[in-house]
Design a protein around this ligand. Structure first.
Ligand code: G3I
Ligand code: 9MR
Ligand code: ZN
Length: 542
């Protein structure tokens, strides 16, 4: 039989744990299959059992090849008797350990303002970048040093909201799954005392602290050049003036949330730093109180970089009060969060860069039970599990076992995939519902190749990973392989870039993805697509 990958077999390209369900998917064709070991011995055989019509999402019928009975650790291929064989995958106790580490290491590669040295970055090194102080937009003679932090994405902007989401996901992963972070990444700061994930988050938190206006306590929405540089521009060559866009309530609210969170998490390791974070959170909160009703952020006319517009700041204010309450126990914050929760003006379970209510809800649900309003607590907990179960029900109907409706294959759909898995795992944390855990794992399988394109959406991991992300260092560094461990945006049915328009018109939603560097609306990478993936993989790696 022919070896080599054919696109109609899709599975988790890294592999499976011995006791997990193991299901490969055949697109458009059922029939007999067998699994062979690395010596070519057939170790199990079967018939595809059920088929799911996935017409509205991937445009095909999907057949299930279940080889869950195979539990012996080893390296295998699955062979469809007519279509051919998959690439090799493993069955082992901890198959996701390396990819988990890679997803976290990606944040180091996103670092700005520091040289990425050979010892930690080889071969993806670059010089220190974006070192000049930034001009405050509208106050041209005022400059502020906001060096450091992570680049947002394939571009070199640094945006407060997306940064706060990314840090929040990583800190939550550490709070819920500390065992997943025992090994060193390693990083320049690795000291064997403070877990590396906290070193990495501090790199961004220090930057965010500089984004807080010393005069008012408000937080600048973003710092970027006026225009995006060319796609092959290395960060150290991006020398155009940097501008701080105006302060926004959304940025200030999520800054307060993530700083209050950091104050709690860093307390046992560095009490002085925890204090700095808490003071910053309180100053941001005071700004919010002084500015109860401000318009949402819009790019100033000269600034053409990512807008991250957000019309509604109630969710960020809710998150800030929930986190400050969890950290300080001050009833003032408790009253505020109860009022926001009762207001019904925003979603309580969203984990996006714009809709952040979920972080407030999670903070409250993780508060000691003797400090909460039990009625509200129960309401939020029931709502969370209902939402998670709703996602699991959608997944049961889906050809590839995930929770996205057809209209949710949008820019950054892989964030929704990982956010949904994260929400299910948090519900599982409270309810120990193994169906939710299994469903979250199906989302892992999707990200690592069990999808309509049989592609791993994580650079450097899996047998058929994306290779050409819209990521300036990966384009400009002269290294053949892209920077590893980065999650691509994923299928986007709205075809919002020219390359996608030309190549993908007419494709079903889940196939609106192209592994080309010009397709920024499907194949860019960002910190906040990586961060929920770190959370989810932490569960399965710990
Ligand atoms: O949610 C709506 C949906 O209700 C609607 O039906 C659909 C139809 O247009 O759109 C959905 O909104 C999309 C939105 O993302 C959802 O978050 C918009 O179309 C889409 O344009 C928007 O894309 C954002 C994109 O910037 C353009 O603004 C992405 O979320 C966001 O991740 C991305 O972020 C960029 C930064 O601007 C710059 N840095 C890189 C980064 C990643 O590409
Ligand atoms: O490279 C930019 C990418 O990081 C952004 O996410 C995207 C949307 O804001 O824009 C990209 O820049 C493109 C610009 O919008 C249009 N001309 C081509 C640019 C890519 O080379
Ligand atoms: Zn930089």
């Amino acid at each position: 039989h022919p070896h080599g990958s054919i696109p109609s077999i899709s599975l988790n390209q890294i592999g499976y744990r011995p006791h997990d369900d193991k299901i490969a998917l055949f697109a458009g064709m059922g029939g007999s299959f067998y699994v062979e070991d690395s010596k070519g011995m057939k170790v199990c055989r079967g018939e595809t059992l059920k088929a799911r019509n996935d017409a509205g999402i991937s445009g095909q019928t999907v057949y299930y090849a279940d080889f869950s009975a195979l539990m012996k650790p080893g390296t295998y291929r699955i062979v469809h008797v007519e279509a051919g064989a998959s690439e090799a995958f493993v069955i082992e106790e901890k198959p996701y350990k390396e990819v988990h580490k890679g997803l976290l290491k990606a944040f180091y590669y996103f670092r700005c303002g520091i040289e990425l040295q050979e010892e930690f970055a080889a071969p993806w090194t670059h010089h220190a970048c974006h070192l000049a102080p930034a001009i405050v937009y509208g106050q041209e003679d005022r400059r502020i040093d906001v060096c450091g932090g992570w680049h947002d994405a394939g571009d070199y902007g640094k945006y407060a909201g997306p940064g706060a989401k990314a840090v929040a996901d990583l800190l939550l992963a550490f709070e819920l799954y500390p065992n997943a972070f025992v090994d060193a990444v390693p990083l320049p700061e690795t000291d064997g005392r403070i877990p590396d994930v906290l070193h990495e988050c501090r790199y961004e938190l220090d930057f965010l602290l500089n984004m807080q206006d010393e005069e008012t306590g408000g937080v600048f929405h973003k710092v970027t050049t006026l225009q995006f540089p060319s796609l092959d521009c290395m960060p150290e060559h991006d020398l155009a003036d940097l501008y701080l866009s105006p302060i926004s309530a959304a940025a200030t609210g999520c800054f307060a949330g993530v700083m209050a969170m950091a104050a709690r998490v860093y307390q046992p390791y560095d009490a002085a730093y925890a204090e700095v974070c808490l003071r910053a959170a309180e100053r941001a909160y005071a700004w919010l109180e002084r500015n109860p009703d401000v318009p949402g952020f819009k790019n100033p006319p000269e600034i053409a970089t990512g807008e991250y517009g957000d019309k509604l700041d109630h969710d960020e204010r809710y998150w800030a009060s929930a986190e400050l309450y969890r950290t300080t126990g001050d009833q003032r914050y408790h009253q505020a969060l109860k009022a926001w929760a009762a207001g019904n003006t925003f979603e309580l379970y969203e984990l996006g860069w714009a809709d952040m209510g979920g972080y407030g809800t999670i903070a409250y649900l993780l508060t000691e039970k003797d400090r909460v309003d039990l009625k509200l607590y129960d309401k939020l907990q029931c709502g969370l599990v209902e939402d998670a179960r709703r996602l699991a029900i959608i997944s049961e109907q889906d050809g590839y076992g995930i929770s996205l409706a057809p209209e949710q294959y949008i820019w950054g759909s892989n964030m929704l995939v990982m956010n949904n898995a994260m929400l299910m795992l948090i519900a599982h944390h409270f309810y120990k519902d193994s169906a939710l855990e299994k469903c979250a794992l199906d989302h892992v399988h999707y990200l690592l190749g069990r999808n309509a394109l049989s592609m791993s959406y994580v650079t450097g991991y899996g047998t058929n990973p994306i290779r050409n992300p819209h990521h300036r260092p990966s384009v400009g560094d002269g290294v053949a392989d892209p920077v590893p461990g980065q999650v691509a945006g994923g299928p986007n049915r709205h075809l919002q870039d020219d390359y996608a328009k030309v190549t993908l018109t007419g494709q079903p939603p889940a196939k609106c993805f192209v592994d080309h560097m010009d397709s920024y609306a499907t194949n860019e990478v960002t910190i906040y697509w990586n961060s929920p993936a770190v959370f989810v993989f932490s569960h399965f790696a710990s």
